[in-house]
Structure formats: structure tokens, C-alpha cells
Design a protein around this ligand. Structure first.
Ligand code: CA
Ligand code: CA
Length: 554
């Protein structure tokens, strides 16, 4: 990253692109940048000088943290890049239409996410790498398509998928002096073999491993601490064994009993896998406890050292288990209530940042790892709420609903508030974007599919990405380029679609080998143009092959 801001002309030209949101430009940002044709660090240094001169009292509070950081950086680092705190909030299975501000007909209030969107930029064409959990997380933390390595999820007691020889996003920022933590759903595997008493699969697959199959007193290698996080707290995967709290690389309380599901969930199945559990394990405590710990971790940070918090939620993924406080708070069944609870967790994190005075120096990124789970069809039928919003498809699907996800970024004064950005972006891009922001080179052999989207996020330049590959299973790929998406499969659906849905919303069976849509004209993917535009199909197919075999073109 060099010249992020190129002066008044760029500001004005870009203002035209903001769909009438030019008036929402943060004046602090606009005024100072309009008179300063230098990079962000230079602008910040200028702020610092002004501070010393006792000028610009009105902005002192908001830029104090930058000035302190710059001084610290100047002493300890060769460059003086800004070092904002970075918070990634990652919902699990939250649909595009579950974000209130994005769905005028939503039955789920999301006031905290709506606030975040007002205070930042909402990206309407943002994608997870996969339609399921583990691969999307891998791709985001490695800046690399998951399908270059694997497709499915990490199952109970599977080994890690992150590459030991590569640099994760957490390792990248930790090398820049960040405190790092992962609090929440890990789901990227551990070296369970290191604590397993006898090798091999469980004797009875239906019952899973007995509690004494592992030595729970030992540390478990290969988890968050092995991949750049100073701290971990969570229960790894909430619906997989062990059902236990982890602190860093150990379970806090030994799981001594096999899991028994008791009370029904608020909606849908438990979706739990068999295996060891802590006695009287309380599923309902998971999201509240994770949120408590995330808030506490933020409270322990200070302005001297920047921090990176990766907070992958366990909600609104199944089991759908809103706590009492949230029951009945939506008009979209138990899931809606659990989504309200998810939004409340976002609010608690935002308040913690406010209370510590971190808000103005913190980049917050909110998104979801894939589209909504299968229950979304029944929810639509019974409660008239579209978790997938205007999109076709759900979790796992190659259709937009599988991977086009809610996405909000906020950094007051740096990223424009009240902006809606329709440019293409992938979660894979956070890696190169953050590297550019911190002015660090991406280590060789890393993040090969990641684009620096800092100019797009700040409105100082165009989006860096023209294509993105969509994939969940090994036998189905789709390629997006510009307004067009080609699905190289007979159907983009992996999750079963009920007949009533297809007939009610005008979807008909596909007569061709694949599907081609123009998303600008047909976001709902109803009109398959595969037969009508064979050259376009060929072009996109060739591009997909190139990206799969030769890498992402730059
Ligand atoms: Ca998920
Ligand atoms: Ca677990």
C-alpha cells in the first residue's frame, strides 16, 4: 500500500460513486485528506504535529490514539503505518436477509448491526469462500481459496487444516506487535492424536469416543495457539465433542460423560455429534459466555499495544438455543430470537470498544461464514421471513444464497459511514487488505488469492477483484466475473429445495449442463442463460480453469 488518498479530486470523483451518500462523508476525514496529497501515515503524522501545536481541539479525542501509536511506531519500527485494533466478528450460518438493514421485510430486529452499518460501510456483494464452516474460515485466515487444499468440514476429532508452513492472518499481525485472540468457534482442527490414549476410530461410531479415550489433563497441540493466537477461549465446535470449555490449549473441566441431549431446541434439530461431555453441560451458556469473555479480553487491552480479536460466533448456527432473555424478541421463530441474541452480542462488543475509548482506532469487520441452514425454507413458509433475502439458495449451495453474506466494515474517519458498496469482495481479501493497511509485505508463498481492497473500503479507488470462485463440494464449482456467474453443475443447489418454494417463486428445472445468470438483471437467479450465451459460458469456463490451475490472475 502506498498512496491511499490522492487528494481532493479523488474524494470528489469517488463521492459520485457512492449512490448519493457523498453527504455522509465523515467531515474530519474529508477535510484533512482534501488538503493533503499524502498517504495515510503522512496524514496521521500531520495530525500529530497539529496536536503538539495545540490546534484542532475538536478532533483531539478521536485521533489521540493514532498520535500515541505513531510515536511508539517511530521508535520501534522502520515505517509509521497506522496500527488500528482489528476485530473480526464472524456469525455462523447467518443469511443475507437476516441483517435487518438489508431486508426491508425482515421479521428480526438487528439494531446493533444496523448501527454498525450506519457507522460504516455495508458491502452487498461480499462472499465467503465456501458454503460451509471450516473451509470459509481457512480461506479467510490464510488469504487462499480453501479448494486449493480441501473441501469439507473438520469433523469430530479431525486434525488441523491450517498449514503449519504458511502464515495465518493472526501470525501476520502478531509479527507487527499485535495482541491476538480467538474467542469462539474454532472448527479448524487440533492434533487430538497427541492426547488420545489408544490410536484409531471409536469402536462404536454411533456412540463416538468414550470420555476416557483421551487424556484431558494434557495440552492439545495444533489449535489456535499454534497458528498465531496468543489466547483462545471457546468450546471449539459447539455441536461437536468434546462438550467442554477450552482455555488456550487445554480443556478447563474434564469431559467425563457421554453427551445426552435433553430439552428440545427452539427450532430445528440439535445437530450434535456423539462423544465426551462435561457433566451437566449447558449449551445455552455458550454464546453468553463467549461474549462475556470477548468483552473481558477487550477490557484488558490498552492503547499502548494494538490488538486483533477474532470472535467467531456459535450463533445463529444450530442448535438454535436462544436464552430466556431473547425468547419472543423476533417474529421469526426460535431462529429469529437466536439472531436477536447474535445481534446483541455484536452490541456488547461495540459497547466494550466504546467504553475503552477504542472505537475510533478500531477496524471492525462483521460477516458470516456461509448462508442460512435448511430450516430457512420452513421459516419462510411459516413466518414469512427470508433468511436468504432476495437470493436463491442456502448454506452449501453454489447459488448466491450459499456464499453471498452480510458484510459490514467500520473504522470511523477512515471508512465512510452510511455507505452501501455494491462492488465484489471476498473474505479472502481481508488478508491482503490488512497487510496493505499495516504496510507489511505478504510473506512469499502466502495469501495468493487475496486482493488488497483498502482503496475500495476507503472509497479512494476501485475494487481490486473482478472474479471470485464459488465452491463447497469437490464436484461443483461456480465462477463469478463482473455481472455474470457460471455454475458448472446441473444445479447450484446442494441443500434440498422444497417443491413449494420452487413453484411459488418461479424456479423451473434446468435443461442444460450448467447454469448462467446475469446477476445485475437477475439477482434471484431465475433466468438461466446457459443455452443463449455459449460464448459467455466458454469464456467463464476458461477463466475458472485458469484460476484453478494457474492461480488468481492479477
Ligand atoms: Ca457455518
Ligand atoms: Ca465442542
Amino acid at each position: 500500500m502506498t498512496e491511499l488518498v490522492e487528494g481532493n479530486e479523488m474524494i470528489l470523483r469517488d463521492a459520485d460513486r457512492w449512490d448519493g451518500h457523498a453527504e455522509s462523508l465523515d467531515s474530519r476525514f474529508a477535510i484533512s485528506m482534501a488538503h493533503d496529497k499524502r498517504s495515510i501515515p503522512a496524514c496521521l503524522a500531520r495530525y500529530s504535529a497539529n496536536l503538539k501545536a495545540g490546534v484542532l481541539f475538536t478532533i483531539i479525542l478521536s485521533i489521540q490514539a493514532y498520535a500515541w501509536e505513531l510515536r511508539a511506531n517511530a521508535e520501534s519500527r522502520p515505517n509509521a503505518a497506522p496500527r488500528p485494533n482489528i476485530v473480526i466478528l464472524y456469525a455462523d450460518d447467518m443469511g443475507y436477509g437476516d441483517l435487518g438493514v438489508q431486508n426491508p421485510d425482515s421479521k428480526i430486529p438487528t439494531p446493533n448491526l444496523d448501527r454498525l452499518a450506519r457507522e460504516g460501510t455495508r458491502l452487498t456483494d461480499a462472499h465467503s469462500s465456501s458454503g460451509v464452516c471450516t473451509p470459509s474460515r481457512y480461506a479467510m485466515l490464510m488469504g487462499r481459496y480453501h479448494w486449493r487444499k480441501f473441501h469439507g468440514i473438520v469433523n469430530s476429532f479431525d486434525p488441523p487444516v491450517l498449514d503449519q508452513e504458511r502464515t495465518t492472518l493472526a501470525e501476520l499481525v502478531r509479527a507487527q506487535g499485535y495482541n491476538t485472540a480467538c474467542i469462539g468457534k474454532w472448527h479448524l482442527g487440533w492434533e487430538w492424536a497427541a492426547i488420545q490414549r489408544a490410536p484409531g476410530k471409536p469402536a462404536n461410531a454411533k456412540e463416538g469416543y468414550p470420555p476416557d479415550a483421551f487424556d484431558w489433563s494434557k495440552p492439545i497441540p495444533g489449535g489456535p495457539l499454534a497458528h498465531g493466537f496468543d489466547d483462545y477461549f471457546g468450546d471449539d465446535v459447539p455441536n461437536f465433542p468434546p462438550y467442554a470449555w477450552f482455555e488456550n490449549d487445554r480443556v478447563i473441566t474434564e469431559p467425563t460423560v457421554p453427551l445426552v441431549n435433553g430439552t428440545p431446541t427452539a427450532e430445528g434439530g440439535w445437530e450434535t455429534r456423539p462423544g465426551p461431555a462435561v457433566k451437566d453441560w449447558d449449551f445455552w451458556a455458550v454464546m453468553p459466555k463467549l461474549t462475556d469473555r470477548a468483552v473481558e479480553w477487550i477490557e484488558h487491552q490498552n492503547a499502548e499495544k494494538p490488538f486483533f480479536l477474532y470472535f467467531p460466533f456459535t450463533s445463529p448456527h444450530a442448535p438454535i438455543i436462544p436464552t430466556e432473555e431473547f425468547v419472543g424478541r423476533s417474529k421469526a421463530n426460535g431462529y429469529g430470537d437466536f439472531m436477536v441474541q447474535t445481534d446483541d452480542a455484536v452490541g456488547r462488543v461495540l459497547r466494550a470498544l466504546d467504553e475503552k475509548g477504542f472505537t475510533d482506532n478500531t477496524l471492525v469487520i462483521f460477516s458470516s461464514d456461509n448462508g442460512p441452514e435448511q430450516y430457512a425454507y420452513a421459516r419462510l413458509n411459516k413466518f414469512d421471513h427470508r433468511s436468504m433475502g432476495p437470493l436463491r439458495g442456502l448454506k452449501r449451495d453454489l447459488y448466491e444464497g450459499g456464499h453471498r453474506v452480510p458484510c459490514i466494515v467500520r473504522w470511523p474517519g477512515m471508512i465512510h459511514k452510511e455507505r452501501v458498496c455494491d462492488d465484489l469482495i471476498s473474505q479472502i481479501d481481508w488478508y491482503a487488505t490488512i497487510a496493505a493497511l499495516l504496510q507489511v509485505e505478504i510473506p512469499d508463498g502466502n495469501a495468493e488469492d487475496s486482493f488488497n481492497q483498502w482503496p475500495l473500503l476507503t472509497g479512494t479507488g476501485p475494487g481490486a477483484r473482478t472474479s471470485v470462485v464459488h465452491n463447497t463440494n469437490a464436484n461443483g464449482y461456480a465462477i463469478r466475473h463482473g455481472d455474470w456467474v457460471l455454475i458448472e453443475a446441473k444445479s447450484g443447489a446442494v441443500t434440498k429445495v422444497p417443491e413449494w418454494f420452487e413453484s411459488k417463486f418461479g424456479y423451473s428445472p434446468n435443461a442444460y449442463d450448467g447454469e448462467l445468470y446475469n446477476l445485475k438483471q437477475d439477482l434471484a437467479q431465475k433466468i438461466n442463460l446457459y443455452g443463449e450465451f455459449p460464448e459467455r459460458v466458454q469464456e467463464l469456463s476458461t477463466l475458472l480453469k485458469t484460476i484453478r490451475t494457474s492461480g488468481t490472475p492479477r
